[in-house]
Design a protein around this ligand. Structure first.
Ligand SMILES: NC(=O)c1ccc[n+]([C@@H]2O[C@H](COP(=O)([O-])OP(=O)(O)OC[C@H]3O[C@@H](n4cnc5c(N)ncnc54)[C@H](O)[C@@H]3O)[C@@H](O)[C@H]2O)c1
Length: 261
């Protein structure tokens, strides 16, 4: 309980299923949790109240488009002013647009959008926060939410794979640059999660759930709570040498040679 008490955590895309689970897991341990997402407060209210009622009592919400560097700056400024500098950072906001690069179902704009949100959104938050943490001589823990798709090309979601692969190298280069300052940078690579982006796609195409289960060697989807628990482990200030790694939480999906068709 004490480990995260009063620690300040920021999570982008915090209204989503994985982001909310991470917020709740930190909140239940006594952390002060700042989440952001694309929506105004009225649309965010339901989830924010739900998180507070479940035990994430010190919770703040800001409307932030992660693609905008200035909105990220304003968000970190606001959190710092209210609570102090956040030292646990979780770039989590993400989108997926299905389609293959060389077919006619994915436009150049679709590719750019995914790089904007998934890569640039993660970059702005991680780089800005880490510069401030380093300038104050404090330790920090950054955990990117990547994907199994960074490792395995998948023609159904080609641009998403590229965007998640770019986060992996961002994680490693930042880990190298920041290791001497006790700012440790890691990535969690979920497989097919029970919720969030996968669930939305499964609702559009019911056959997809069967394919996802068949393709995952454990035959289980990953729960959002399991992802959240691993983020807490990687954010632990008692560990000083775990950096630049990817923790793959995908039931063995990325070990298979091909997603079963
Ligand atoms: N669900 C899965 O199976 C799965 C698997 C692997 C990785 N992931 C990753 O987990 C992360 C969270 O996704 P999720 O599954 O919880 O989906 P989700 O849709 O429930 O959550 C994503 C959140 O990001 C927000 N968002 C989108 N664009 C944004 C922007 N420009 N600025 C700010 N917020 C923005 C959305 O509004 C949403 O609330 C993503 O990075 C995703 O790629 C998900």
């Amino acid at each position: 309980m004490e480990k995260y008490k009063n620690k300040i955590v920021v999570i982008s895309g915090g209204l989503g299923d994985i982001g909310s689970a991470i917020a709740l897991a930190f909140g239940k341990k006594g952390a002060k949790v700042a989440i952001s997402d694309l929506f105004g407060f009225d649309d965010a209210k339901h989830r924010v109240e739900e998180l507070r009622s479940k035990g994430c009592t010190d919770l703040s919400y800001h409307k932030v488009d992660v693609v905008s560097e200035s909105e990220i700056t304003a968000w970190i400024d606001a959190v710092e002013k209210e609570w102090g500098l956040p030292q646990i950072i979780v770039p989590n906001a993400g989108i997926v647009i299905a389609g293959s690069l060389t077919g006619d179902d994915l436009s150049t704009d679709d590719v750019k959008k995914q790089l904007d949100v998934n890569f640039w959104g993660s970059y702005h938050l991680a780089v800005q926060a880490s510069k401030r943490i380093r300038a104050k001589g404090l330790p920090g823990r950054i955990t990117f939410i990547g994907s199994w798709a960074a490792e395995r090309p998948n023609a159904r979601i080609s641009a998403y794979c590229i965007s998640k692969a770019s986060i992996r190298m961002l994680c490693k280069t930042m880990a190298l640059e920041l290791a001497a300052y006790d700012i440790l940078v890691n990535e969690i690579a979920p497989g097919i999660v029970e919720g969030g982006l996968s669930k939305k796609n499964q609702q559009k195409d019911p056959e997809l759930l069967k394919l996802h289960l068949k393709s995952t060697p454990t035959r289980k989807l990953v729960s959002v709570d399991e992802i959240a628990a691993h983020v807490l482990r990687l954010s632990d200030f008692e560990y000083n040498n775990l950096t630049g790694t990817t923790l793959t939480v995908d039931g063995g999906l990325s070990l298979t040679s091909k997603m079963t068709q």
